[in-house]
Design a protein around this ligand. Structure first.
Ligand code: GDP
Length: 465
């Protein structure tokens, strides 16, 4: 190992101890006397400095350990592998005899929701080795149909539905030429290759490369689906120039209007900006940040004024024209699709993303971001949910340290216990159900690791879980 590597490694070790010494004694003194707000404030500040310094050093390791090039190459080579497999499935040598999977666009929902539905169809197509064909004749549901072909490349040279061949109900069998795939929430029998499963043959490489392989996998499918037409590349380049998009930049997506109180709670602009500030404080440890920037995407137009008024030290990039087309009443316009694509594009290109993972649009941006970096699994802050794929079976945590419940809200853990995760409270605790004890409750997040579940490609006759 290099000198830098050893120095950093020891520094992290001793500073982790220091961190604990500080917090420990700080908390003890809290108990001893009723100390004032000012002292607590001081403690918070210095703990924050310790924390950022540690994070900087750990990130520094990845820069000096001589593996950056390997990470880059490995991510490119895995991506080429998956992209070429998808291309092969979508371009069979003889499309008259190729087996097809029909994916109907029938749900009335937003762009992120539609994209995720198609991602799900692609996962089934990939796993059952069938060519995916979209059926978007329900014009009302697939309101992007008219503009889509102008923006993205087709899924394959001939990916149209074969006529005069009967469409068999899911799951069909090896000999069924065309199988209709029901939506993820009503598929029966349910195949076990659905998220958060990742393909077994990619798993050994992906688990080394990436912090959350399922996000990488979904990102790769989106990468294939959203291959831009040349004209789209020009549109995005023009926007980049017009908006003066440049790094460092934090992508902030604020989902409001129809989502609030039905599917998500309201978070103030300040709640998002705390995390943006945190990002820049961290960044400043590695050198002066000449200008703090955010890319703001939202369906609530007034937030642009609010952000400019309350955060004058920030350069606020984004367009309130786009947010106008994002408002509930304008979402059906043709411009709206361009607006969404532009927003998703710049959010995914940002250095860090602050948003609510309850929003599909934000999850799409994060998934695409993970196809742009070798590993962008820690480049986000979600104010609510952890990452999930709608309709997924579950997400599993595995205990690596034992835990004794400290109060009625908490649950016990034994090493190797498996937990179905419900969420992260972003305060050191996650919530979930321990499969050994059947109990639901809180546990310290550092005592678990995510379990990566894998599946092999299988044919439709053996899909039943
Ligand atoms: P979700 O409802 O937030 O889970 O995500 P969806 O993508 O399924 O639906 C949200 C819809 O709201 C999108 O299709 C857009 O029309 C609109 N929208 C929400 N936030 C934004 C935004 O930041 N930018 C743009 N351009 N549109 C947005």
């Amino acid at each position: 190992p290099s000198k830098e590597y050893e120095v950093l490694r020891r520094r992290i070790y001793s500073n982790t101890k220091e961190f604990w010494y500080y917090v420990n004694s700080g908390l003890k003194s809290l108990n001893k006397s009723m100390i004032g707000v000012e002292r607590i404030h001081k403690i918070k500040n210095i703990v924050g400095e310790h924390f950022r310094s540690l994070l900087k050093d750990v990130s520094g390791l990845a820069e000096v350990d001589n593996y950056s090039k390997w990470r880059q190459q490995e991510s490119e080579s895995l991506s080429i592998l998956v992209q070429s497999r998808l291309e092969e499935i979508q371009n069979p040598p003889n499309w008259f005899t190729a087996r097809q999977l029909v994916c109907k666009i029938e749900k009335f929902c937003g762009f992120g929701c539609q994209l995720h539905h198609i991602v799900y169809c692609f996962i089934v197509a990939y796993s059952t080795q069938r060519m995916l064909v979209l059926d978007y004749h329900n014009i009302e549901a697939w309101r992007y149909g008219e503009v889509w072909p102008n923006i993205f490349l087709p899924f394959g040279d001939t990916s149209t539905l074969l006529k005069n061949i009967s469409v068999v109900k899911w799951p069909g069998n090896q000999n069924s030429q065309i199988v209709y795939l029901p939506p993820i929430d009503s598929i029966h029998p349910r195949p076990y290759f659905l998220p958060q499963m990742i393909p077994a043959d990619l798993a050994p490489r992906l688990t080394v490369l990436h912090g959350d392989p399922i996000v990488w996998w979904i990102g790769q499918i989106l990468k294939y689906m959203l291959r831009p037409q040349l004209s789209t590349i020009h549109i995005l380049d023009d926007y980049a120039n017009k908006l003066k998009f440049q790094k460092p930049i934090v992508g902030v997506h604020i989902r409001r209007t129809d989502k609030i109180n039905s599917e998500a709670s309201l978070h103030t602009l300040d709640e998002y900006m705390v995390h943006v500030e945190e990002y820049y404080k961290q960044k400043e440890l590695s050198g002066n940040v000449s200008r703090k920037r955010i890319y703001l995407a939202t369906d609530e137009q007034t937030l642009f004024d609010e952000a400019k008024r309350n955060y004058p030290e920030y350069e606020i990039i984004g367009s309130d024209d786009i947010s106008r087309t994002a408002s509930v009443k304008n979402r059906k316009s043709k411009e709206a699709l361009i607006g969404i694509i532009v927003d998703i594009h710049f959010l995914s290109l940002s250095d860090h993303l602050v948003c609510t993972f309850s929003s599909q649009l934000c999850r799409v941006a994060y998934e695409i971001m993970n196809s742009l970096y070798p590993d962008a699994s820690s480049r986000f802050t979600s104010l609510d949910d952890i990452y999930y794929f709608g309709g997924q079976a579950h997400r599993i945590n595995e205990a690596v340290l034992p835990h004794k419940a400290n109060g009625p809200d908490e649950i016990d853990l034994q090493v190797e216990d498996q937990i179905f995760v419900a969420g992260n409270h972003w305060n050191g605790y996650s919530k979930g159900r321990n499969l050994r004890t059947g109990l639901l409750g809180l546990y310290p997040t550092f005592k678990v690791i995510p379990k990566i579940e894998t599946t092999t490609i299988i044919d439709t006759e053996t899909i039943i879980s």
